[in-house]
Design a protein around this ligand. Structure first.
Ligand code: SF4
Length: 374
């Protein structure tokens, strides 16, 4: 089964940590759905398997687009693809955009999962990151989504925020786990070049928290959510009652997906394509019926990506799957490359699987590079 990602590239204001592609002007919003419908038609041959079981509207801020436009896009997708009856159809939402009327409308037009960008339940953290909602709105949004019929709710948290105490992080986890959400994505704040935080860092006015505190917060995340019934199924993702994100899981298990909208990436099993990260360029390209740039995944890239994405998951790399994809000798080679990290306890080999040890997972980059073929 395939997945479809829709990038809605509009935000009301830019969060200081964010390097996703989005524009803060209203210009282009009204014509955007028609542009995307043109792209859906233009790229209708991209997915070899027309059966789709996940659709994800992300961004940017999908809740800034009028629901009639979101509906138009969904109707077009249903016309072009065989969307399964139990498909997971997600909308990302900003807490302060949500109203009872809007939530009801989202359910009517076919969304059955909502991912709410709560980030923190402290006003000072939200202000520091230039989020436009406050702590009360973050909680209310999740409660409201449940009250008006969403049974599958995810929320986002950020840790490693400069100035956030250990106690505040525990409180954030406690509040999140007490809300009617079955999925939590928790990301460590990273300071990316080009963002407001990146510029402040360059000027010596802002910096990451010490590494030891980051690890402490990460371990707290796992233990506190674990105690509240959330299973860590990926380095940054936790689910209870088995409500894993079926869409995001496709990225970690090599399933094909079509990404539509500016900056969206696609993968059809053998090639990767990406749209320009510019609304103006995207519009020009779609009007000229120009297809996005791409690259063919060669066997080394495929093998390295397989290792990298599977090791993001708690399931890790399973011997039988790896062998059937790359052969017996490749599995032995991987074990040789992993040997030192297994003996140090950073990687765990058990039940014919290799996975990260919980703490080493947090520092996985250095270890992963030792497992790549050059
Ligand atoms: S974090 Fe989300 S809401 Fe904030 S600027 Fe980025 S895409 Fe927009």
């Amino acid at each position: 089964m395939s997945g479809i990602y829709i990038h809605i590239p509009f935000c009301q204001s830019k969060c200081f940590y964010c390097d996703f592609y989005s524009v803060t002007k209203n210009e282009g919003r009204d014509g955007f759905a028609d542009l995307m419908i043109d792209e859906i038609k233009l790229r209708s041959d991209y997915l070899i398997n027309k059966q789709v079981d996940t659709i994800y509207f992300g961004g940017g801020t999908p809740t800034l687009l009028h629901p009639s436009y979101l509906e138009k896009i969904l109707v077009q997708l249903h016309e072009m693809y065989e969307v399964s009856k139990d498909a997971e159809i997600t909308i990302e939402a900003n807490p302060d955009d949500l109203t009872p009327g809007l939530l009801t409308r989202y359910l009517q037009i076919g969304f059955n999962r909502i991912s709410i960008g709560t980030q923190s339940f402290f006003d000072e953290h939200l202000k520091l990151m230039n989020r436009r909602h406050n702590a009360a709105q973050a909680k209310d949004a999740v409660m409201m989504a449940a009250k008006y019929g969403f049974g599958n709710i995810s929320l986002d948290l950020i840790y490693g925020i400069p100035g956030m105490s250990s106690d505040e992080w525990e409180q954030n986890l406690d509040v999140a786990a007490g809300l009617p959400a079955n999925h939590i994505s928790a990301y460590h704040l990273t300071i990316e070049p080009g963002t407001r935080f990146g510029k402040l860092k360059k000027a010596g006015l802002f910096s990451e928290i010490p590494d030891s505190e980051s690890v402490e917060q990460y371990l707290k995340l796992i233990s506190l959510l674990g105690a509240r019934g959330f299973e860590q199924y990926e380095i940054s993702n936790f689910a209870r009652n088995k409500r894993v994100s079926r869409h995001n899981s496709k990225y970690w298990t090599g399933e094909p997906y079509l990404g539509l909208g500016p900056s969206a990436h696609s993968f059809n099993g053998t090639q990767r394509h990406w749209n320009p990260a510019s609304l103006a360029k995207y519009s020009t390209d779609i009007r000229a019926k120009k297809l996005p740039k791409g690259e063919t995944i060669d066997s080394t890239m495929h093998r390295n990506e397989y290792v990298m994405t599977r090791l993001r998951t708690a399931a890790g790399i399973e011997k039988s799957g790896f062998r059937s994809e790359f052969g017996e000798a490749a599995w032995s080679e991987l074990l040789d490359m992993a040997d030192e990290h297994i003996s140090k306890g950073y990687l765990v080999l058990e039940n014919e699987r290799i996975r990260f040890d919980t703490e080493a997972w947090f520092r996985s980059d250095g270890i992963l590079s030792d497992l790549f073929l050059l």
